[in-house]
Design a protein around this ligand. Structure first.
Ligand SMILES: [Zn+2]
Length: 287
């Protein structure tokens, strides 16, 4: 039986207060996942991170962490590469302190390289991050390359799977909106597309990454280069369809964590939960 968790990417919009109060707030409104946003830098102290982790476990909220946007593991510039590895290592350390199970990151950019060269550089940079992770005994923290939304970015599903084959502490994070935007609306338009994504992950990497499958969802606007802007679920003129994604996942029977990256954050996380329990049944929505 598929079991799904739902939560926002960042502090809920309707919450005023300190970070450690977020898990209790989310539990109170019926959500059970939270993606801490370190997208502008890892600024949380060890003490704050531990407090957040404690509150999360008390309230049964599963935590993940989104690493800084300023990471480019395929950069041709040595200083950029070094800074990128450092930022990802800091993210791993903070994740260990807050008990986040996965560090979500955008791997890099092709800029001046072939996709193969960019991928190889990313993999060798990630080996350093993996060494760091092992050196601080952060074995419970996965490295999660996310499927990215722009054609200029490294991080297609196939590339991320290859990364995960090379780096054993990696597991792919699926951003459905990004796959849809990067392919300019040609993928994630049928249940079959959704099933194929999950099947590819399982075929190439085994069932580990789908227990649970970590996912982002929102509606999205795209242009020639892919991703433009995230939109709310109620905006009918944008895709992809949440119902379709949920139906596909239900058919293959995976466990999943849905992080809402909609501008409405927790409101759309609740809407996803509601749609999912109607499609798949109340038993599909994890407590
Ligand atoms: Zn992201």
């Amino acid at each position: 039986m598929a079991k799904f968790k739902f939560g926002p990417a960042g502090k809920p919009l309707s919450y005023r207060g300190s970070m450690h109060g977020v898990p209790g707030f989310l539990r109170g409104i019926g959500l059970n996942a939270f993606e801490y946003q370190a997208v502008r830098g890892v600024r949380i102290s060890e003490e704050q991170a531990r407090e957040l982790g404690l509150e999360a476990s008390k309230n049964g909220v599963l935590v993940s962490l989104h690493a800084p946007y300023f990471i480019n593991l395929s950069s041709l510039s040595e200083p950029t590469l070094t800074a990128s590895v450092e930022r990802l290592c800091e993210s791993v350390r903070a994740s260990m302190h807050m008990n986040a199970y996965v560090v979500v990151f955008h791997p890099g950019y092709y800029r001046g390289s072939t996709p193969r060269e960019a991928l190889n550089r990313t993999i060798s940079a990630l080996k350093k991050v993996e060494e760091f992770r092992n050196s601080i005994n952060a074995a419970s923290v996965w490295l999660g390359p996310e499927t990215v939304g722009k054609a200029s970015q490294l991080g297609s599903l196939e590339e991320n799977i290859e990364i995960c084959r090379a780096i054993s502490s990696c597991r792919p994070v699926i951003d459905w909106a990004h796959i849809y935007a990067r392919t300019r609306g040609s993928l994630i338009t049928s249940i079959d597309h959704v099933i194929k994504v999950v099947e590819e992950v399982e075929r190439e990497l085994g069932s580990g990454p789908v227990k649970p499958l970590h996912m982002h969802f929102s509606k999205i606007e795209y242009g020639r280069g892919g991703e433009r802007e995230h939109h709310a679920l109620s905006e009918a003129s944008y895709g992809p369809s949440f119902e379709l994604v949920c139906k596909g996942l239900t058919q293959v029977g995976v466990e999943g964590v849905f992080i809402s990256e909609s501008p409405l954050l927790e409101k759309d996380a609740l809407l996803m939960k509601d749609l999912c329990s109607r499609i798949c049944g109340v038993n599909c929505v994890a407590d």
